[in-house]
Write a protein that binds this ligand. Structure first.
Ligand code: UD1
Ligand code: UDP
Length: 353
């Protein structure tokens, strides 16, 4: 059986790595790894192949940045050519980025079966480009691997036949479980012992200069009480550069970090402030308080069971919530079912059967 994996953006790598490993251990399986090149900086791509021990991609489509239509179209054109040549038995796609959706469309037209890993998540907010990607990808997929029960329910409501849906658990947490013992704090001068860890990259938070300025000012307020470490996504770095801000000394804006360094920082953080999907999940697993600067989440289990709290655009609340956390009154959580380090093995067993 020939399985072709399509990855493209940072969070795809943490999800594909355990599935690739689990399938590698099965006899009769041949695998091809296609990188669309949606993310291309060394610290947004190459570093994860090394740290997560993923083999170098067989093919890189080098699509790079662009508008949604440009990026999606480039993935479709490049991947169609690849698939016409290699004709795999199954294509596996991950998460909700443009590369995921573009791959699902191409496979569907070529009548190549598609498996979607991390299916069924819904924010019910179509202003998020990822929500559109999730709906289309799920609609076109033949096998839908869900991370939690809510995913199954969403798919059932949309009329996806039950035999296509497989509740396997959270593959991103597989990577975390495997690599947590190797997580290592980054070395840099003046790294504080106690800190808030921040990541932000949603267009709704960072693309509007007024909104981003409000967020940065709120983080400066936090930094007066608790140092803030902010490894900034390139989209965000570009936007911050345009604001020409003079941030105070407690707010450390830095380059994106490797997985092992970022994971160690998450584990030790007093609080995580984010709009990332993956970080909401990882902080729930690590039981670190998480304040999410979004009005909604496609990962509601991190709120109902985990340590996550949605603050929306109420950045003025950050100080109050952090004070509460520092006073020992953080929201407690537990680890959702099947977030146990074995989700990819379950998915691989289903694929193989
Ligand atoms: C994408 C995904 C988002 C995901 C995020 C993970 C879509 C629609 N969005 O958002 O769901 O949460 O990745 O990180 O697929 N850039 C670089 N170097 C890189 C990558 C990006 O400089 O290696 C800059 C470019 O200026 C680019 C911008 O970041 O235009 C945005 O990149 P893009 O991949 O379009 O979207 P993300 O914001 O990264
Ligand atoms: N991450 C990382 N370095 C960083 C920031 C995040 O390795 O500087 C990891 C994080 O631990 C998680 C993943 O990137 O595994 C989340 O990706 P991202 O936030 O870019 O995308 P999203 O999950 O929002 O789609």
């Amino acid at each position: 059986m020939h399985i072709l994996h399509v990855v493209g953006a940072r969070p795809n790598f943490m999800k594909a790595a355990p599935v690739f490993r689990a399938l590698r251990d099965r006899s009769g399986v041949r695998q091809t790894l296609v990188h669309t090149g949606q993310h291309y900086d060394a610290n947004m791509s190459d570093i994860f192949f090394v740290q997560l021990e993923i083999p170098a991609p067989d093919i890189n489509l080098e699509v790079g940045a662009g508008t949604h239509a440009q990026q999606t179209a480039k993935v479709m054109i490049g991947l169609e050519e690849t698939l016409l040549q290699s004709r795999p038995d199954l294509v596996l796609v991950y998460g909700d980025v443009n590369s995921t959706m573009a791959a699902a469309v191409v496979c569907s037209k070529l009548q190549i079966p598609v498996g979607h890993v991390e299916a069924g998540l819904r924010s019910f907010d179509r202003t998020m480009p990822e929500e559109v990607n999730r709906i289309i990808t799920d609609r076109l997929s033949d096998m839908l691997f869900t991370p939690s029960e809510d995913g199954d329910q969403n798919l059932a409501v949309e009329g996806v036949p039950a035999e296509k849906i497989h509740l396997v658990g959270n593959v991103m947490i597989d990577t975390l479980v495997r690599l947590l013992p190797r997580a290592q704090l980054p070395v840099f001068e003046g790294r504080p012992r106690e800190y808030a860890l921040v990541t932000l990259h949603r267009p709704s938070n960072v693309d509007d200069p007024t909104g981003l300025t409000r967020i940065i000012q709120a983080l400066e307020g936090v930094a007066r009480e608790l140092p803030v470490l902010f490894p900034a996504h390139p989209r965000t770095q570009n936007r911050i550069a345009q604001l020409a801000l003079n941030t105070n000394r407690g707010l450390h804006i830095m380059e994106p970090l490797g997985y092992l360094e970022f994971l160690a920082l998450q584990r030790e953080a007093v609080v995580v402030i984010t709009d990332s999907g993956g970080v909401q999940e990882e902080s729930t697993y690590l039981q670190v308080p998480c304040l999410t600067l979004r009005e909604n989440t496609e990962r509601p289990i991190t709120v109902t069971m985990g340590t996550n709290m949605l603050l929306g655009s109420r950045v003025d609340q950050l100080g109050i919530e952090i004070e509460r956390i520092m006073a020992g009154e953080a929201k407690r959580g537990s680890i959702p079912p099947l977030w146990d380090g074995h989700a990819a093995e379950r998915a691989a067993a289903i694929v193989a059967s």
